[in-house]
Design a protein around this ligand. Structure first.
Ligand SMILES: Nc1ncnc2c1ncn2[C@@H]1O[C@H](COP(=O)(O)OP(=O)(O)OP(=O)(O)O)[C@@H](O)[C@H]1O
Length: 309
């Protein structure tokens, strides 16, 4: 059952510099229990540094509160309640996957907890072999599995889908959603925006170490552009009729109209029909998360961001 949303992580005024270069500027946000927050930004925007600062893996100024307790660089017992995978997992080649999990697990139920995560991530056929033979994706799954041990209240995952095949990606997505439904809060960065679109409910978009937008996935996608492409018996005339009626045409060859709401479709069809232009096909297309994020990022980043957000 879902718990009432409450802030499991609050970050206030986080600043971080490497030498003279300030890479985080007054970062403030919060994550709720039972919600998945996506952290999005171009390469070098500061996503990993934010996660490391929250986990006290790098020093920073500002305030981090986890589950109601202040966590500082020097004093952070509350981090026991946080699971994390940052950058690449640390894997020892001469230990089996199960030994890695045993090393991290604590508490009385650790054997069954380990079995559960092995099953959820479908690692049973290799978990008892030494990690030196693991592929990138197998190591990544082991790193993710370690982040889920010990019943964390909050989980931080930096690029968790790295190297995972479609099946493993789905298994991880299902596990994250199941844990979210049990009340675990998540902060997840991913360059695979189509994947994040399936997972995240809240979004923090950062650019050059600053938050440029904090929103929900629903709100961001609702504010996106929608496009309708129609095929008629006379497309040249159809373009003229629609332009005269005030519609914004964006297609070069085809009759493609940019609309702001789904209601426009009926009006477009009526306009064409009233002008004796029967419609033989209609295609509807919504801009996705990638499109919205690219619009928000600094134009200088766009070339880089188009390849990788
Ligand atoms: N140890 C370090 N020393 C100096 N500069 C660093 C260090 N770690 C990160 N940076 C700089 O901080 C900025 C933010 O880096 P960070 O790794 O947080 O970005 P990111 O958003 O996670 O990028 P990516 O998507 O490529 O992983 C970059 O300009 C990077 O060069």
């Amino acid at each position: 059952m879902k718990r009432m949303a409450e802030a499991v992580l609050t970050v206030k005024n986080l600043n971080k510099s490497f030498g003279r270069k300030q890479v985080l500027h007054k970062i403030s946000f919060s994550c709720q229990s039972g919600r998945i927050v996506g952290l999005v930004g171009a390469n070098g925007a500061g996503k990993t540094t934010i996660m490391k600062a929250v986990l006290s893996l790098t020093s920073s100024t500002g305030e981090v509160t986890i589950d109601g307790q202040k966590s500082t660089f020097d004093h952070h017992p509350v981090l026991d309640e946080v699971g994390a995978l940052i950058e690449y997992p640390s894997i020892y080649p001469f230990m089996t996957g199960r030994d890695h999990l045993k090393l991290f697990a604590i508490g009385r139920n650790k054997a069954s907890e380990i079995d559960d995560v092995i099953t959820a991530l479908n690692m049973g056929n290799y978990i008892d072999t030494k990690a030196r033979s693991y592929s990138l994706g197998m190591k990544q799954k082991l790193g993710v599995a370690m982040a889920f041990l010990n019943n964390p209240k909050f989980v931080i995952l930096d690029e968790p889908m790295n190297g995972l095949d479609p099946q493993a990606t789905k298994e991880l997505r299902d596990l994250i959603i199941a844990k979210r439904d049990e009340g675990v809060g998540f902060l997840i960065s991913s360059h695979i925006l189509s994947e994040l679109q399936k997972l995240a409910e809240d979004l923090i978009i950062i650019d050059h170490g600053k938050i440029v937008q904090e929103t929900t996935m629903d709100a961001l996608l609702k504010s996106n552009n929608h496009f309708v492409t129609v095929t008629t018996t006379d497309d040249v005339k159809a373009k003229q009729v629609l332009a005269d009626a005030g519609y914004k045409l964006v297609g070069d060859e085809e009759v493609k109209i940019q609309t702001s709401s789904d209601d426009d479709v009926a009006n477009i069809l009526k306009t064409l029909n009233d002008n004796q232009l029967p419609v033989t096909d209609v295609q509807h297309e919504d801009e996705d998360l990638e499109g919205s994020v690219l619009k928000l990022l600094d134009p200088e980043d766009q070339e880089q961001g188009e390849k990788s957000c």
